[in-house]
Each structure stands twice: as structure tokens, then as C-alpha cells.
Ligand binder design. Structure first.
Ligand SMILES: [Zn+2]
Length: 281
């Protein structure tokens, strides 16, 4: 079976996640790599960090595809004295290419939020923001309580130190859910307009979250950023695997199980001096 060249693989990846669909501020595409290099192993991961570069070496991969960009703002140096430059050096020394699909994978169909919905066993009804394809509105069948939905998220997403945080009435019924992989608090207007019972995303900050639950009885489930985007790696790997089968390529895909979420520990508060509404006193 033929081994594809990097350019052939990238042409297929660009068809899945057209780079022109990325946000203006984003930096998607190929960070390093020889277009003529032969690719027979590909590693998918969320973050282009040193641990992932080293995993690619151990695996013998010639291509790493990550969701997050290595350089979002451009650079004038890839010196190995900087941690990002070290990643570049490690990859190039081992003839490994790096390709990024970020906001173009967020807005793709299927994309990051479809993978998140799939991991949670939710039925996707449509995009949360129809104008740009971000997020998904989903249905939970049968409905369950917010507490049960949060438990589902904690059990089905990859384990992180953070786990999931919940805002809202734990006994509220959740039928319709908005989900968005990655930082989601810029989407609250769309979430309110969608009239869902709960919103599952990551990186929710105090003020947007506080205002959202004061505004309406919306349940919030906040998971680790990495955990909400990791299911996309499995989806993306399966998509490339299917393409490889169709093209008769000798190509193997792998998904990194390395947890690159930066938060490494979680301590549940134990101070008895404050109470929250609903907490036993
Ligand atoms: Zn992200």
C-alpha cells in the first residue's frame, strides 16, 4: 500500500477543516514539515507541547495534528532556549511535521462541539451560533437532573484534576443543552437566545457565569478546557482513518492520551465559615 506524502495528507485535512473558515486572529495550518515527507503515522493531540512532541518521537509519527496553535501571534525566533522553540527543534530534528486545526475545526461540521456532544451521548439538533457554526444545541433523551447531567460529563470526559464545576439548581430538569468545546463564556447571548436548560463548556469566568445564573435558571457545567476538546482528537483521527482506507494509504492514526491540561491538582474547600444557597448548614 502506498505511503502518502505530507502534501497529500494536508490536502485531505484542509478539506475537513478549511483554513479560510478560521477566525481572523487565529493561526492555523502547517507550522513545520517537509511537503515531500512520507507519512505513515499521525498523532492527534490538543496541545502542541513538548510532551506531545516526545510522544510523537516514541511512536514514530511523522505528523502531529493539534487543535491549539503553537504560535498564535507570530515570532521572530525559534531558538530552543524558549519552550516553543524547543518544540520546533524537537520536531524538525526528528522529521516530524506539525499541523494545526483550531477555529476551523471548531466551526466544521462535524467539528469540536459535535465530538463533545458525542462523548456525552447527546443528540445534536443544530449549531448554537448559526452564523459561524460555533457550539451545538443538543437534546438529552430521556431528560435528567442537572446533577445527573454533570455526573455524566464527569464520567464521560477524560479525567482531569478540575473535574466539572456546576452552577444552578442540581434538581432542575435538563432537556435541551448547549455545548461548546473550549472557552465558552463569550457565547452566553446565544445560549440565552437558544432557551436551553444547561450549558456545558470550559473556562467560565466569575462575572459571565454569575450574571447568566442570575438572569435565568440556567444550569452551567464547566469542565477543563482540555477535556472538552480532547474528544475532537478521536473524531479527527477517525475521519483521517476513513480517508486513508478510502485512498488505500498505508497510514496509521493515533490519539494522545497524555493529559496536557495545565491544572494538576484540585482541593475541595473545607472552610466552615461560609455557606452557599442550598448547602446544609
Ligand atoms: Zn481550546
Amino acid at each position: 500500500m502506498p505511503v502518502p506524502r505530507l502534501t497529500e495528507v494536508l490536502a485531505e485535512l484542509d478539506a475537513l477543516w478549511p483554513p479560510e473558515r478560521a477566525e481572523q486572529w487565529d493561526a492555523v495550518g502547517t507550522v513545520c514539515g517537509d511537503p515531500d515527507a512520507e507519512i505513515d503515522r499521525v498523532l492527534f493531540a490538543v496541545d502542541p507541547v513538548q510532551e506531545i512532541a516526545e510522544e510523537a518521537i516514541r511512536l514514530g509519527a511523522q505528523l502531529v495534528v493539534t487543535h491549539h496553535p503553537l504560535y498564535l501571534r507570530g515570532t521572530t525566533s525559534v531558538a530552543a532556549s524558549h519552550f516553543k522553540g524547543r518544540v520546533v527543534h524537537t520536531l524538525i530534528k526528528h522529521d516530524i511535521a506539525l499541523h494545526v486545526a483550531h477555529t476551523n475545526a471548531d466551526t466544521a461540521d462535524p467539528g469540536v462541539s459535535d465530538a463533545l456532544a458525542g462523548a456525552l451521548g447527546l443528540r445534536v439538533i443544530g449549531p448554537l451560533v448559526p452564523e459561524n457554526g460555533l457550539g451545538r444545541i443538543c437534546e438529552l433523551d430521556p431528560p435528567e437532573t442537572l446533577a445527573a447531567f454533570a455526573t455524566r460529563a464527569a464520567e464521560r470526559l477524560p479525567a482531569t484534576a478540575q473535574g466539572v464545576r456546576v452552577a444552578g439548581d442540581p434538581d432542575a430538569t435538563v432537556r435541551r443543552v448547549a455545548v461548546s468545546g473550549g472557552s465558552g463564556d463569550s457565547l452566553f447571548d446565544a445560549v440565552r437566545a437558544a432557551g436551553v436548560d444547561a450549558f456545558l463548556t470550559a473556562d467560565l469566568r466569575h462575572h459571565p457565569a454569575s450574571e447568566a445564573v442570575q438572569y435565568s435558571p440556567l444550569g452551567l457545567v464547566d469542565a477543563a478546557h482540555w477535556a472538552t476538546e480532547w474528544p475532537w482528537c478521536e473524531l479527527a483521527a477517525a475521519q483521517l482513518d476513513e480517508i486513508s482506507d478510502r485512498r488505500g494509504w498505508n497510514l496509521r492514526v493515533h490519539v494522545s492520551k497524555t493529559v496536557t491540561d495545565p491544572w494538576a491538582a484540585h482541593h475541595t474547600s473545607s472552610s466552615a465559615h461560609h455557606t452557599s444557597p442550598g448547602a446544609p448548614n
